[in-house]
Design a binder for this molecule. Structure first.
Ligand code: BGC
Length: 739
């Protein structure tokens, strides 16, 4: 009742503001500008900045992005509140993707934790830091499912699976927004990029997307729907086209599905200049037409295209755009501003004391360290090379990334200070009872690194190989930190080759010739193909780009102070040619090899196995687990029954450890072919050595159906399989029938 009253009140308030507004002021609310000059300095006198400044004064800007810090935000808010006619406060947006200043692991890494509470907490810390710096809206979470490691933005999402992706979308939205959006510690979230951007053809950035309806409904859309169900306040559309229609001008996506079917009542912001880009796509003839298509299709706010501010008024006057569409968009935007409490106090996020007490606090650093440890995945550990002994060893640390304080921050960390991460070298130096010596071996990057510029990878200079090889010769163990620089995975960073970049593979092989006791620590924002390493190197640790506390987290894992528990949220291909590769693939008419092994007419490659190098859900521990007694309470169920499933899991190793128990199903025959496996549930258990636990799962019709080709959720009777284990390659299985 109380919340119904609140909603009613907000609606009344929105209406009362709307009534006061001129059409120009309404269109102004739909206009978002990038930070443009030092607002704390003198006002601009000409050019673009002057135009934007005048628009602010005249109440023709609804939102700003990339203005951050209490001082800046207050200054820009003051122009609007004190100088514009109605004083409608700005909503201040920023890409708070994995932390504000205290940086948590990149989103893909966090997804590897499968720890929804930790992920939620990480988002809430990012929100609190950003909110203390004047920001009240983040352009996150990115919930794009992707099966393509060539695409640089894989690092920003939760991987390849719609079920895990949906759970993480929900956790992130709730983490950012909290229980009360008007709390000064919470900010509005934004589910992006709507939709199917993760399926950019050939992994090339900004490319065409051409997927079937089944993939759209069953793989792409579920995490977006989960974000809506979690109460996300905003959506961002996408740079791609989908079946020939740019997402920004896509009425089917934004109106039919999002606003009508899902009843989303927040607003949709365009992606950066994506309205204008519809002309480059060959969809709109000019900016005016782009504005028209975008607003009709349901894009409520224009980020940096200047399309709405220049053309909407004329389009409305000419009756090409109905004013009711403008009212709807503005109502959506004002609603979020009211919910944030900006009308009560436009400066509520502007408090210097809170800013300095919150940003970079000890608790925030402890929390991102915890998140970083949980995000690490132990890919391989033969001969028990890990954990390292804490004393009496000569350890060689090799690789440019081992001594890098910038790269671990990853990309999309625009407010963090450069070089503010703990490097692996610094982390490992704390364990002083060993003799630790560092040699770079080779540079990864030559020259400057920047968010927006191409990187110059070192592909030739091997002059420092010798020092590293000599060191390796004299050491008991070699720890090599290799992989991608933090800026190598992000927007605009597609790769056709996902091997270790530059001369790193060669360095690894040369070091291996003199010392086989190598622990390979990978830094990367996407799956890499490391087939040689998998064959030769005993211990491989996937350490992604782990943020501010990276080096401490990695050192604690290497020395066994923390037992790894991460599981891959993406499949690692054996080579780039296998892409797209994902665990929930479909059977073909010829999935199995012929009995005559030499016959070629089956679904396979001539030069590489069908399986990935490391499957989705894979991740080891310093202990081991056994799974047995998979039980179902019945064998035959009716559609409305609950299916109760249990399995026993035992810690069969020597130390305490955590395991993510994963449950997959297969619907054997259906009116639309179904994947060979689909994740439907998971639970994390922590067990002492020798301890066992019975883990229970309940499935119902919400887990057993699928979306048909007109987007309707259907549950079909028939035979199913259940699989349970510690990865998508689990072997424990049972059958049941739905009648
Ligand atoms: C990205 C968005 C981002 C926006 C604002 C665009 O280039 O695609 O994800 O939120 O810029 O920085």
């Amino acid at each position: 009742m109380k919340s119904a009253n609140l909603i009613h009140n907000v609606e009344k308030k929105v209406d009362s503001v709307l009534e006061l507004m001129t059409i120009e002021e309404k269109i102004g609310q739909m206009n978002q500008y990038n930070g443009f000059y030092d607002v704390t300095g003198p006002s601009p006198v000409d050019g673009d900045s002057k135009t934007k400044y005048d628009h602010l004064k005249n109440g023709l800007v609804g939102s700003m992005l990339n203005v951050r810090g209490v001082k800046e935000v207050r200054a820009v808010q003051k122009i609007v509140v004190e100088e514009s006619r109605l004083g409608i406060p700005l909503i201040i947006g920023f890409d708070v993707i994995h932390g504000y200043k205290t940086i948590s692991p990149i989103p893909l890494a966090e997804a590897a934790s499968w720890d929804l509470d930790a992920i939620k907490k990480s988002a809430s810390i990012a929100a609190a830091e950003a909110a203390s710096a004047g920001i009240n809206w983040t352009f996150a979470p990115m919930v794009d499912i992707s099966r393509d490691a060539r695409w640089g933005r894989v690092m920003e999402g939760a991987g390849e699976d719609p079920f895990l992706g949906s759970k993480i979308a929900e956790a992130r939205v709730k983490g950012f927004q909290g229980d009360d959006l008007s709390d000064v510690q919470t900010i509005a979230a934004c589910a992006k990029h709507f939709a199917a951007y993760g399926f950019s053809e050939s992994g090339k950035e900004y490319n065409t997307v051409d997927i079937g309806t089944s993939t759209l409904y069953n793989i792409v859309l579920p995490p977006f729907k989960a974000a809506v169900d979690a109460g996300v306040k905003t959506f961002m559309n996408a740079f791609n086209e989908l079946n020939g229609i740019p997402a920004t001008g896509n009425l089917f996506l934004q109106r039919d599905i999002l606003k009508n079917q899902w009843k989303f009542n927040g607003f949709v912001v365009s992606d950066w200049s994506s309205i204008a880009e519809m002309t480059s796509w060959g969809f709109s003839k000019n900016l005016r037409e782009a504005a028209k298509f975008a607003v009709i299709a349901g894009s409520d706010m224009d980020m940096e295209s200047y399309a709405y501010i220049q053309h909407l008024s004329d389009l409305v006057n000419n009756k090409e755009v109905n004013e009711s569409l403008i009212n709807d968009a503005v109502r959506r935007i004002l609603r979020v501003k009211f919910e944030l409490g900006l009308f009560d106090d436009p400066y509520k996020y502007c408090n210097e004391e809170r800013e300095s007490a919150t940003i970079g606090s000890k608790q925030n650093n402890e929390a991102v360290l915890d998140m970083a440890k949980k995000s690490i995945v132990l890919l391989k550990n033969e001969n028990q090379l890990l954990p390292l002994k804490k004393s009496g060893q000569k350890i060689a640390l090799i690789g440019a990334l081992a001594n890098d304080k910038n790269s671990p921050l990853g990309s999309w960390r625009l407010a963090s200070e450069d070089n503010s991460a703990v490097s692996v070298l610094e982390g490992m130096q704390k364990y002083t009872d060993n003799l630790l010596t560092y040699k770079k071996g080779a540079d990864l990057i030559v020259g400057e690194t920047a968010f927006i510029h191409e990187l110059n990878i070192n592909t030739t200079n091997k002059s420092e190989f010798k020092e590293a090889i000599d060191l390796a010769k004299q050491s008991d163990i070699v720890v090599m930190v290799l992989g991608e620089h933090g800026f190598q995975s992000e927007e605009g960073r597609s790769r056709t080759n996902i091997d270790l970049p530059g001369v790193q593979q060669e360095l690894l092989e040369e070091v291996y010739k003199v010392n086989e006791n190598i622990v390979l620590v990978l830094n990367n924002g996407r799956p890499l193909s490391i087939t040689w390493a998998d064959k030769h190197i005993s211990a491989i640790v996937e350490a992604w780009h782990l943020g501010t506390q990276a080096g401490n987290a990695i050192a604690q894992i290497l020395y066994g102070d923390y037992n790894p528990s991460g599981k891959l949220p993406v499949s690692f291909p054996r080579n780039v040619g296998q892409i797209p590769i994902y665990y929930n693939y479909k059977n073909t008419g010829r999935s199995l090899p012929n009995t005559d092994k030499k016959m070629v007419f089956w679904s396979h490659y001539s030069d590489v196995e069908n399986t990935p190098l490391y499957p989705f859900g894979h991740g080891l521990s310093y202990t081991s687990f056994s799974y047995e007694s998979l039980n179902l309470n019945k064998n035959v169920y009716s559609v409305n029954d609950s299916i109760n499933i249990s399995v026993n899991i035992k810690n069969t190793g020597k130390i305490k450890g955590k395991e993510v128990v994963q449950l997959y199903i297969q619907d054997l025959f259906a009116s639309i072919t179904r994947p060979v496996k689909e994740l439907k549930a998971f639970k994390m258990v922590e067990l002492k050595p020798g301890e066992s636990e019975t883990v229970h799962f309940t499935l119902d019709k919400n887990s057993l159906g699928f979306f048909n080709n007109i987007g309707k959720y259907v549950v079909e009777t028939g035979k199913f399989k259940i699989f349970i284990g510690g990865s998508s390659y689990t072997t424990l299985e049972a059958d049941f029938e739905l009648q």
